[in-house]
Design a protein around this ligand. Structure first.
Ligand code: A3P
Length: 305
C-alpha cells in the first residue's frame, strides 16, 4: 500500500547535462559526496547491460550475481540471503520502498561492498578514482540494449513512459532517456579503461562464453576458484536459473512498481532480439546515426553472435 501511494513515473531532470530520474537529481549532491572504501567494488553499466545490480538492461543483474557468487566461492545459499538490490546497493537510486535508497543501504554495510551504478563516468563520485577502487563495466550492443530498455520502461512504473517504439528510437539516439546517452556512456568508460584500471566487458561475450568471462572477472578480483566452482557459477548464473531465482529476478518488487505481467525483468536474455523490433528502415536510420556517433570510438560491439 505504501509503495502504491509513493508510486509515480518520475520525470527526468538534467544533472550536468545528463537526464536522471528526479529523485536522483535532487539527491545528487549527497551522491557526489559519497566516499567509498578502497576495498569497495563498483559495477557500472548503462541500464539493461546486465548489471551486477545496476538497473539498466545491459546485464547489470547478471554481473552482480556472478560477482556475488565469486566472492562467496560459489555458495548459492549465501547468495540467496537477500534480493540483488539489497545485497548490492544501487548507488544513486532513490525510489519508493521496498527498493532501498542506495546511500542509506551503503550506510548500513561495512566494506568491502559491491556497488552498482548506471551513472556515466563523469558523474561517478571522485572517491572511487582517488581510492583506486576496482570497477567492472558491462556494455551491450546499442540495438539490443535499447530493446531491453524499452520493455523495462514499460514495466517499471518509476521510469518515464516509453511511448511508442518509433519515438523511443529517436529518444535513444538523442540521449534523452534516463541516465542519458548510451553512446557517451559506453565511450566514456572505454576511453578511461586503461588509465583507471576498469575491467570492460561485453554482454555478447558473456553469452558466447560465460566461463571465459567469469574467469576474467575472477582474475580481476584477485580470486582463485577451482574449475568445479566456476562451472557451478556458470550454471547458477544462466538465464534459466536466474529467471527462477526469486533473489535475482526482481519479483520481490511489488506489481505497482515492477509489473512483470507487462514484461518480465528477466525478459529474454539473448543477443540479436533487436531484429524482432526494428523495421528495415528503422534499422538503416539507426545505423547511419550510429556511424556518426561512434565513428572515432572503435569499440568492438557485436549485434549477433
Ligand atoms: P533482455 O531484456 O534482453 O531480456 P540489467 O540487469 O542491466 O537491467 O539488464 C537486464 C537484461 O539482462 C535483460 O535483457 C535480462 O534478461 C538480461 N539478463 C539478466 N540476467 C541474465 C543472464 N543470466 N543471462 C542472460 N541475460 C540476462
Amino acid at each position: 500500500e505504501k509503495a502504491r501511494n509513493a508510486l509515480c513515473r518520475f520525470p527526468l531532470k538534467n544533472v550536468r547535462g545528463v537526464p536522471l530520474m528526479e529523485p536522483i537529481a535532487q539527491n545528487f549532491e549527497a551522491i557526489w559526496a559519497f566516499c567509498p572504501d578502497p576495498s569497495d567494488l563498483l559495477i557500472a553499466t548503462y541500464p539493461k547491460a546486465v548489471t551486477l545490480h545496476i538497473l539498466f538492461r545491459t546485464g547489470t543483474t547478471w554481473t552482480q550475481e556472478i560477482v556475488d557468487l565469486l566472492l562467496h566461492n560459489g555458495d548459492a545459499e549465501a547468495c540467496k540471503r537477500a534480493p540483488t538490490a539489497v545485497r548490492i546497493p544501487f548507488l544513486e537510486i532513490h525510489s519508493p520502498p521496498p527498493i532501498p535508497s542506495g546511500l542509506d543501504l551503503l550506510g548500513t554495510m561495512s566494506p568491502p561492498r559491491v556497488i552498482k551504478t548506471h551513472l556515466p563516468i563523469q558523474l561517478v563520485p571522485e572517491g572511487f578514482w582517488e581510492n583506486k577502487c576496482k570497477v567492472i563495466y558491462v556494455a551491450r550492443n546499442a540495438k539490443d540494449n535499447m530493446v531491453s530498455y524499452y520493455h523495462f520502461d514499460r514495466m517499471n512504473k518509476t521510469q518515464p513512459e516509453p511511448g511508442p517504439w518509433e519515438g523511443y528510437i529517436h529518444k535513444f539516439m538523442k540521449g534523452e532517456l534516463g541516465w542519458g546517452s548510451w553512446y557517451d556512456h559506453v565511450k566514456g568508460y572505454w576511453e578511461e579503461k586503461e588509465k583507471r584500471n576498469i575491467l570492460y566487458l561485453f554482454f555478447e561475450d558473456m553469452k558466447e562464453n560465460p566461463e571465459r568471462e567469469i574467469k576474467r572477472i575472477m582474475k580481476y578480483l584477485d580470486l582463485t576458484l577451482s574449475d568445479d566452482v566456476i562451472s557451478h557459477i556458470v550454471e547458477l548464473t544462466s538465464f534459466k536459473v536466474m529467471k527462477e531465482n526469486p533473489m535475482a529476478n526482481y519479483t520481490f518488487i511489488p506489481k505497482p512498481i515492477f509489473d512483470h505481467s507487462i514484461s518480465p525483468f528477466m525478459r529474454k536474455g539473448e543477443v540479436g532480439d533487436w531484429v524482432n523490433h526494428f523495421s528495415a528502415s528503422q534499422s538503416q536510420l539507426f545505423d547511419e546515426d550510429y556511424e556518426k556517433q561512434m565513428k572515432k570510438a572503435n569499440i568492438p560491439f557485436r549485434t549477433n553472435i
